[in-house]
Every structure is written in C-alpha cells, then in structure tokens.
Design a protein around this ligand. Structure first.
Ligand code: NAI
Ligand code: MG
Length: 357
C-alpha cells in the first residue's frame, strides 16, 4: 500500500505542528507496513500571497487533484492578509472545488485532558459533529439595496438543495448506524426559520425512515448548544447545516479541553477528489515561532486521514498513542495542557509511543 499525500503547512503554528503530524504518520507507516509519499507546497500562506497577490496558483486543482489526500496545517496571518481573503482564497476553495461536503469533527474527552465542564470523565464526552460544508447559510447570493439611505436593506439567502441536504444526512446516518449507540441528533431551528429549516427536518425525517436501526431525534440549535455544555453525554452523532455545524464544531471541542487537540476532516465521500485533513485551530499568531504549540490536533487529523485511506488499525494506534502520552507523560505536555513541554517534545513522545505499540 502506497499513498500520495499533499502537505500544506500554511502559516504560523501550521508550520510547527505539521512536521510533528508527519513524524507520527511515518512512525505509523513503518509499523503497519505502508508507504507515504509526500509533496510539500508553500501556497495557501501569507508569504505566497505577498509574492503572488493570490493565495493559490491558478492551476491548483490540477496540482492537488491527483493526490490521495491533503494534509493541511492552518492558514491566516491577519497583519499581512485580511482573514476573509486568506480563508476564502484557500480553504473554502478546496472545500467547494473538491466537493468536500462533509466536515467531520470528533469530540472526545481524552484521558489526561481536563474538560472545562465540571465533573466530566473521559467516557462522558464522545460524539461526532457532522457539518454540511458546501451550501446552506454560507452562500454568496444576496446584496444591498437602497444603499446609504434610510431604507438600506441587506439580504443573504440560504441555499438548500435536495442533493446537498440528503448526501450529508446519509453520511451522518451511515456513521451513526456503525457506532455502538446508534443515535443521531439533527440540529434545526424550524420553529424560527420557517422555510429552509422545516425542509431540513423533512429530509431528515425521510432519511430516518431508511435507517430504522438508528434512534434519531432533533434539537433546536439554541437548546442544543446549552445541552452540549450541560448534557454532553446525550450525544452520539450530531448533524447540522453549514452555519449551525460551524458553531457546534467549535463548541464541542472546547467542551473536550483545549482547542489544540481537536482534529477535523473535510471529506469528499464519493472519492472523486482528495479529502483534506486539518486541525480545528488556526495559525495562532500569538504563540507562533515559540515552539510551544500543541501538535495533537494535527497528529489526530493525521489519524483521521489514515482512517479515510483505509488504514484503520494504524489510525486507531495513533489515537491510542496520543491518549497514553497525554495521560502518562505529564512532563511533555505543552503549556495549553498545563505543562512546560514543546511542540517537538510532545510530537516525538507520541511518535515513540506509536512505534512501541
Ligand atoms: P486560533 O485557533 O489560531 O487561536 C485561538 C487561540 O487558541 C489562541 O490563543 C491560540 O494561541 C490558541 N491555540 C490555537 N491552536 C493552538 C495549539 N495548537 N496549541 C496551543 N494553543 C493554541 O484562532 P484565531 O486566533 O481566531 O485565528 C488566528 C488566525 O488563524 C487567523 O488568521 C484566522 O483566520 C486563522 N484561522 C485559520 C483556520 C484554518 O486554517 N482552518 C481556522 C481558524 C482560524
Ligand atoms: Mg469555525
């Protein structure tokens, strides 16, 4: 088995955590007998933007389209390039151009990590957030009318297509059906948003009828956010539209400890294009260059990449290694986890634990 992976470190701590992600991927490859062929790219960074006035080369689809996966760090350096330019100019183009219609974020409280929620044990928080990643509230349809007058009016449309809604729901139901608890919750707001959200509910109910083995229910987004904090143990798979999923997929990882450990996957389940794996966090300019960023989000994202490539045993081995190091080696923890360790120290400890498995 041999996989070709495009590596894009991006900006800030992206460049510090990606090498640790690769270190752990290589340890897993050695142990499990597969090969990783990597090619590193400098675009999708502020430095590239300064030189070219664009975040990506014009032929980025051809350059990246043939890889089996993309391993991404973080993009953004607000002093140099405005955030909406760096994000819309890179990541959002990948998500849409490669039809990565599922954004998957596991939320799991690991042993050795303290949840900001009181009295929560590792088994209490273990669910998946599935966010619709290509349509919904994040459309560019709309505009301003009566600009600059008292009647100034601003509109922005939500777009839901049957194909777009059904495919993300199907992905979430399949995930739920394969998990022991077989429970799915869909986020809605059909009591307030009276056209698009009732449609979302209708499609979810139709999908639920196709999966009688999955216990499916809905929560309105307002109470859902409250319950993430108060009753995180009541969730297994949570599926949401683009905007609601965006919010839930930051809130969830926050409940499970530091943002530095949270992984994510932008998945094209049809496998017509490469999927992209990246930590939830950004480029963290406030700590960049100091060698203290937590590499776990990047390393765990690497595990999600291996899972997607079919290397499930290797993927599970990486997550187990992360958990054992966090739990048993307080000396290597980075400052966000309450330690005094370094990015490289924690990365090396996890790579060693993978090899020792
Ligand atoms: P951020 O995630 O970069 O940082 C938020 C806070 O968390 C900071 O205090 C940072 O030091 C801390 N933090 C983040 N990752 C950490 C890690 N691995 N270890 C220890 N501490 C960590 O979010 P922020 O500050 O809102 O954005 C900074 C830049 O990153 C902006 O340019 C933004 O647009 C970009 N960004 C990029 C994302 C991506 O590439 N997917 C996602 C989010 C933000
Ligand atoms: Mg977000």
């Amino acid at each position: 088995r041999r996989y070709r992976v495009a590596v894009i470190p991006g900006d800030g701590i992206g460049r510090e955590v990606v090498p640790e992600g690769l270190r752990c991927l290589r340890a897993a490859a050695d142990l499990h007998g597969f090969e990783l062929e990597t090619a590193e790219f400098g675009f999708a960074s502020a430095e590239y933007w300064v030189r070219h006035g664009e975040m990506l080369p014009p032929d980025w689809r051809d350059v990246l389209g043939g890889f089996d996966a993309i391993f991404f760090g973080a993009v953004g350096w607000p002093e140099v390039v405005p955030d909406h330019v760096s994000l819309w100019g890179s990541l959002l183009r990948f998500r849409r151009g490669f039809d990565q219609y599922v954004n998957l974020r596991p939320v799991r409280l690991l042993r050795g990590v303290r949840s900001p929620l009181r009295d929560r044990e590792p088994g209490d928080i273990d669910f998946l957030v599935v966010r619709e990643n290509t349509e919904g509230e994040y459309s560019s349809i709309g505009g301003r009318i009566f600009d600059g007058t008292d009647r100034e009016t601003v509109l922005q449309e939500t777009v839901m297509t049957r194909t777009g809604v059904d495919r993300v729901l199907r992905y979430a139901f399949e995930l739920a059906a394969a998990r022991p608890r077989r429970h799915l919750t869909w986020a809605t707001k059909s009591n307030g948003i009276s056209i698009s959200m009732p449609y979302w509910d209708e499609r979810a109910e139709a999908m639920a009828r196709q999966y009688p083995q999955v216990a499916a229910d809905k929560d309105h987004i307002d109470i859902l956010t409250a319950k993430f904090v108060l009753r995180p143990d009541s969730y297994d798979v949570v599926v949401a539209s683009n905007l609601f999923g965006d919010i839930l997929s930051d809130l969830g990882p926050a409940c499970a400890g530091t943002i530095g450990i949270a992984p994510s996957a932008n998945i094209n389940p049809d496998r017509t294009w490469p999927s992209l794996f990246e930590p939830v966090h950004g480029s963290a300019p406030d700590i960049a260059g100091r060698g203290i960023a937590n590499p776990v989000g990047q390393i765990w994202s690497g595990a999600m990449m291996l899972e997607h490539l079919g290397e499930t045993t290797a993927a599970a081995g990486i997550v187990a290694a992360i958990e054992s190091v966090l739990d048993e080696q307080p000396g290597v923890l980075t400052p966000d986890l309450g330690g005094a360790g370094t990015t490289e120290g924690l990365g090396k400890a996890i790579a060693t634990a993978i090899g020792a498995a």
